[in-house]
Design a protein around this ligand. Structure first.
Ligand SMILES: *[C@@H]1O[C@H](CO)[C@@H](O)[C@H](O)[C@H]1NC(C)=O
Ligand SMILES: *[C@@H]1O[C@H](CO)[C@@H](O)[C@H](O)[C@H]1NC(C)=O
Ligand SMILES: *[C@@H]1O[C@H](CO)[C@@H](O)[C@H](O)[C@H]1NC(C)=O
Ligand SMILES: *[C@@H]1O[C@H](CO)[C@@H](O)[C@H](O)[C@H]1NC(C)=O
Ligand SMILES: *[C@@H]1O[C@H](CO)[C@@H](O)[C@H](O)[C@H]1NC(C)=O
Ligand SMILES: *[C@@H]1O[C@H](CO)[C@@H](O)[C@H](O)[C@H]1NC(C)=O
Ligand SMILES: *[C@@H]1O[C@H](CO)[C@@H](O)[C@H](O)[C@H]1NC(C)=O
Ligand SMILES: *[C@@H]1O[C@H](CO)[C@@H](O)[C@H](O)[C@H]1NC(C)=O
Ligand SMILES: *[C@@H]1O[C@H](CO)[C@@H](O)[C@H](O)[C@H]1NC(C)=O
Ligand SMILES: *[C@@H]1O[C@H](CO)[C@@H](O)[C@H](O)[C@H]1NC(C)=O
Ligand SMILES: *[C@@H]1O[C@H](CO)[C@@H](O)[C@H](O)[C@H]1NC(C)=O
Ligand SMILES: *[C@@H]1O[C@H](CO)[C@@H](O)[C@H](O)[C@H]1NC(C)=O
Length: 510
């Protein structure tokens, strides 16, 4: 009898599970993973925004491809991608009367943008802010128009949705870096291109994030908008957007690297394996993941993200000081400095935390040239590689680090040419001033967050940003409320409230 009862409960549990089968969203990043991402952002602060390695997804393939998934869940999954370091999104839009919908869904563009905006709001501080890009592929065919005799669909009302209005309503102009902003920056000499000229090109990440504080760049991949009426959106001519097969050469020489870096916003949209996405990221592409996922296997995108979002640090790096084990308790120990570990067998390079008092060779760069490297002959402690004093670097070379995957690629080429063994070399990245705050600029560089840090415990500052914006969830739940019996929404509300109070406890960086 008891076994029957057990069976019954197991059966009920299974049934409930199936009934609640839902979109599993990606777990939040650990503090350590966030640190790796933040340190990458900070070391790229002098890189122009068109040269950044941004990891992106084709949202139609990855999330919005299953009509049985509800809006709240798919928008939560979308937010969890942003939390996990995805910064670029290809968005397919389809006209439904006077508004745009995400293709194949009944989610309006405005609703999507509110979910997007709520993430931007949550991360609108110096610790978490980063650039985000949207790439719109707008289909001319209206969803609910009258089919003409030859099968093409004509918009029923004849009017095109006003995308400027939608952006104004849901995101606001102040978030968007517009073509006008670019023109102003170019006139003000705040932009750079490959040749160092400032009347063309793009602003540096530093300038983009902290002086303008406009964090979103929107481009259209298709060619349907009327640009005299859409002041917020760049046309596709600024992009180099490859789909499936790359059209850029694989660089083998410094000249080819320079050629590649003269091209702005290099995207490659494709189905990637983890190894492929790493390869293309290293070659200087921003990958757009177009693999098909369903709600059941969505979280497996993590393996691909793990091979692309962090291109610098090794997995599980940077370890925090107290978890690194000292080799020898007699000697001085400070696990606050970064070495680049080069492995000959597969020509790979990753960074890891090491003891600043150990002696290694170090990496030097020829003045400001991005792709010219030298490794010091002398090995020394990290503190000996101060930019301000006599340096072990050759004349006109300075202690340095690779600032982009493409720079690291050129370094690997250099190492492959000059050494036949695995080596570890110091790179200009350390957390000596404040442990957990990784900075570049020699051993005496200061942590830019020192003010924030001294006010609160830095470790609590590093707790993952819990994306649970009450506003958007209420909004979407309200939309759901219109469709489903109130009864089934009770649970949802309880969960929402729980999540909100949890995120209040976690504390959000200000
Ligand atoms: C950016 O460039 C400025 C001026 O050349 C320099 O002082 C600063 O250290 C650089 N920052 C990084 C992160 O490389
Ligand atoms: C299209 O818009 C109409 C109202 O304008 C709405 O009733 C309908 O559900 C929408 N269709 C989709 C697929 O969202
Ligand atoms: C984001 O913040 C702005 C102002 O700070 C506010 O007006 C807007 O409603 C917020 N949006 C969302 C979706 O939370
Ligand atoms: C954020 O960074 C900018 C530029 O570095 C600085 O002017 C501003 O004071 C910082 N804000 C906070 C709250 O630290
Ligand atoms: C935009 O979407 C259409 C299908 O809706 C597709 O044929 C086209 O290739 C897409 N454009 C880009 C640039 O991906
Ligand atoms: C279909 O017919 C419309 C007019 O009804 C015309 O504008 C359009 O070019 C035609 N499309 C094709 C593919 O023939
Ligand atoms: C479709 O066309 C018919 C006549 O051709 C017209 O009466 C109807 O209003 C049209 N529907 C829409 C949604 O425009
Ligand atoms: C679109 O909306 C904006 C306001 O957000 C308005 O200024 C503009 O005139 C509208 N454009 C058209 C073509 O109606
Ligand atoms: C892309 O590459 C594959 C093989 O790698 C080839 O079969 C296909 O024809 C190429 N497609 C285009 C559009 O070049
Ligand atoms: C995820 O599942 C869908 C359908 O079940 C399948 O088509 C797709 O290939 C799967 N994706 C991955 C990456 O396993
Ligand atoms: C590596 O060596 C080859 C010839 O030995 C040379 O052509 C190439 O430019 C070198 N690459 C780098 C990055 O130094
Ligand atoms: C949508 O998802 C939420 C959260 O998983 C759930 O509580 C709600 O019942 C779902 N709504 C519909 C219409 O399925």
């Amino acid at each position: 009898m008891t076994s029957f009862a057990t069976l019954f409960f197991v059966w009920m549990a299974l049934l409930l599970r199936i009934a609640h089968a839902s979109f599993d969203i990606l777990p939040s990043l650990s503090g350590q993973e966030q640190m790796a991402i933040r340190s990458q952002r900070d070391l790229m602060s002098n890189v122009t925004i068109d040269q950044l390695p941004l990891v992106g997804v084709n949202l139609r393939n990855v999330i919005f491809n299953d009509e049985s998934v509800n809006d709240t869940e798919s928008l939560e999954a979308f937010q969890s991608l942003m939390q996990n370091g995805v910064q670029s999104f290809r968005l397919d839009l389809q006209q439904n009367d006077s508004v745009y919908n995400l293709a194949n869904t009944d989610i309006e563009l405005g609703t999507f943008l509110l979910a997007f905006e709520s993430f931007v709001n949550m991360t609108d501080d110096n610790l978490s802010a980063n650039i985000l890009t949207l790439h719109l592929n707008i289909s001319n065919a209206a969803l609910y128009g009258n089919s003409s005799s030859n099968g093409s669909v004509v918009p029923s009302s004849g009017s095109v949705p006003n995308i400027t209005y939608t952006l104004d309503q849901s995101m606001g102009r102040l978030r968007i870096y517009t073509p006008d902003d670019l023109r102003n920056d170019q006139l003000a000499g705040a932009t750079y291109d490959n040749s160092g000229l400032s009347s063309s090109g793009w602003p540096t990440l530093n300038n983009f994030l902290y002086s303008k504080r406009r964090r979103v760049v929107i481009t259209e991949l298709s060619n349907t908008l009327n640009y005299s009426e859409t002041p917020y959106i760049f046309d596709s001519s600024i992009l180099h957007y490859d789909v499936r097969n790359k059209t850029l050469e694989t660089p083998n020489t410094v000249a080819q690297l320079m050629n590649i870096s003269s091209i702005s916003w290099r995207y490659l949209e494709a189905d990637f394996t983890p190894a492929e996405i790493r390869e293309y990221t290293n070659m200087g592409f921003s990958p757009i993941i177009a693999n098909q996922y369903s709600k059941d296997n969505f979280t497996s995108i993590e393996t691909i993200l793990n091979h692309s979002v962090v291109w610098s640090w090794d997995t599980d790096q940077p370890v925090t000081t107290h978890t690194a084990t000292p080799k020898n308790s007699d000697s001085l120990v400070a696990y606050n400095c970064a070495v680049l570990k080069y492995t000959v067998s597969n020509h790979s390079a990753f960074w890891e935390v090491n003891n600043c008092y150990d002696k290694y060779q170090a990496l030097c760069r020829y003045t400001e040239r991005a792709y010219e490297w030298a490794v010091t002959e002398a090995s020394d402690t990290y503190f000996a590689f101060d930019r301000r004093s006599e340096s072990h670097c050759p004349d006109d070379y300075r202690f340095a680090l690779p600032r982009t995957p493409l720079e690291q690629f050129s370094l690997i080429m250099h190492l492959a040419n000059t050494t036949y063994q695995n080596i570890q070399i110091w790179v200009d990245m350390n957390s000596i001033a404040v442990s957990n705050c990784w900075v570049t600029g020699g051993p005496y560089a200061t942590c830019p967050y020192q003010k924030v840090v001294s006010r609160r415990n830095f470790v609590t500052m590093l707790t993952p940003v819990t994306v649970c914006c009450f506003f958007i969830l209420v909004l979407v739940s309200y939309l759901n409320l219109l469709r489903v019996p109130i009864h089934s929404n009770r649970k949802n509300w309880k969960r929402l409230l729980n999540e909100v109070s949890k995120s209040e406890l976690d504390g959000v960086p200000s």
